[in-house]
Design a protein around this ligand. Structure first.
Ligand code: UD1
Length: 348
């Protein structure tokens, strides 16, 4: 068992306080629940550009305590400064960013401004408030087209699109910051493919528009909102020819954030880790699992490969396990079931 050496800041009321940027979004809201369960004080700031408006109320219902949520944009520096002035914050978990590969190719400046300028402004405000602990949302996208599987953290980094480059630039900014200013403690978490929802069905992924990602798309085929799944390529060198990814349940991912944060607050230092399961599933396996969850056959059509896609990406989670004690516990069945449960609640 790891020893917890965390010492509260002088002006801290005793409970550790964490600011979640983008805390009303998909991964942010689930991390909120995991942090509250672990006994943290949590403050959310979110501009609600990709979050459901009633998320704070739902979080309140789920956790049984009042939710502190600021509806502000990260680029509004004075608003962010006010939050640090109002609360004695010990650490920040930074989720707030744009994440669509396709959109980033049509609006690269919006992506660089939100993701890169957003991070830099946040770091400036953290430094001003003497808060030097940060957990950062990165992505397996930084591995581009990996040469060896499963992917380890020391694999070559690359990207083919502006979204991916913003994550690479942000990782570089954070690495320079730690190199030249030892006060900073940073946990960089490279997410594989987060799916599923909280088992209560109260929170899940916002589902407006046509989803880019696989499971939300399948979910909309299951509700009848979309006619069939487009399977992007069945000629990859994989078990059934369709793309293989490392899907991880969002609550496992959320718990990974708590472990990363604890590592930083314990003074154990900065880290870069993959958050995945180490197990890959194909598009058709995902579809089959969802069919079991929703109880009916779902139509699909094989289409050409999606530009920029690769055949297989699977994490080596050994580092996360060794450094943080992280292990994904929830299986594919649970991922599909909880996603479907969330869709059903939305339809009521
Ligand atoms: C995608 C992004 C990645 C981003 C991640 C965020 C691309 C190329 N990559 O990853 O940068 O970090 O989302 O979660 O967009 N698929 C279908 N039909 C669909 C949707 C997907 O067949 O309608 C297939 C894809 O070809 C792929 C698999 O499902 O084989 C998973 O796709 P997706 O959920 O979009 O995730 P990634 O491509 O891994």
């Amino acid at each position: 068992m790891k020893q917890n050496n965390w010492i509260p800041r002088k002006d801290s009321p005793g409970k550790r306080a964490v600011l979640l940027t983008g805390g009303a979004g998909f991964i942010g809201s689930h991390t909120y629940v995991a942090l509250k369960q672990a006994g943290y004080e949590v403050i959310i700031v979110d501009n609600f550009s990709n979050a459901l408006e009633d998320t704070p109320e739902r979080l309140q219902q789920l956790t049984g305590s009042k939710v502190i949520c600021y509806a502000d944009d990260l680029l509004d520096r004075s608003a962010i400064r006010r939050i640090f002035d109002n609360h004695p914050i010990d650490a920040v978990i930074h989720f707030a960013a744009k994440k669509s590969v396709a959109e980033s190719t049509t609006a690269p400046l919006v992506y660089y401004e939100n993701n890169v300028s957003g991070l830099i402004g946040l770091l400036e405000e953290m430094r001003r408030a003497s808060v030097f602990n940060l957990v950062f949302s990165s992505s397996a996208t930084v591995y581009g087209s990996p040469e060896t599987l499963p992917v380890r953290e020391n694999a070559a980094l690359s990207s083919t699109n502006p979204y991916g480059f913003t994550k690479l630039v942000c990782e570089n900014v954070l690495s320079d910051l730690q190199k030249f200013d030892p006060r900073w403690n940073v946990g960089i978490l490279r997410y594989f493919n987060p799916v599923g929802a909280h088992s209560s069905g109260l929170i899940g992924e916002s589902t407006t528009g046509i989803p880019d990602n696989l499971m939300p798309y399948i979910a909309k085929v299951a509700t009848g909102e979309l006619p069939f799944l487009r399977v992007f390529g069945a000629d990859y060198d994989t078990l059934d020819g369709t793309g293989v990814r490392d899907y991880i349940h969002v609550m496992d991912l959320a718990e990974g954030h708590v472990l990363s944060l604890e590592e930083l607050l314990d003074g154990a230092g900065s880290h870069i880790v993959n958050l995945g399961t180490g197990r890959g599933y194909s598009v058709l396996e995902m579809l089959k699992s969802y069919e079991t969850a929703c109880g009916r056959t779902l139509p699909y059509q094989v289409m050409p490969r999606r530009p920029g896609d690769v055949g297989e990406v699977v994490a080596d989670p050994a580092n996360a396990n060794a450094l943080l004690g992280f292990e994904a516990k929830r299986d594919l069945d649970h991922m599909s079931k909880t996603s479907w449960n969330w869709m059903l609640q939305r339809m009521d």
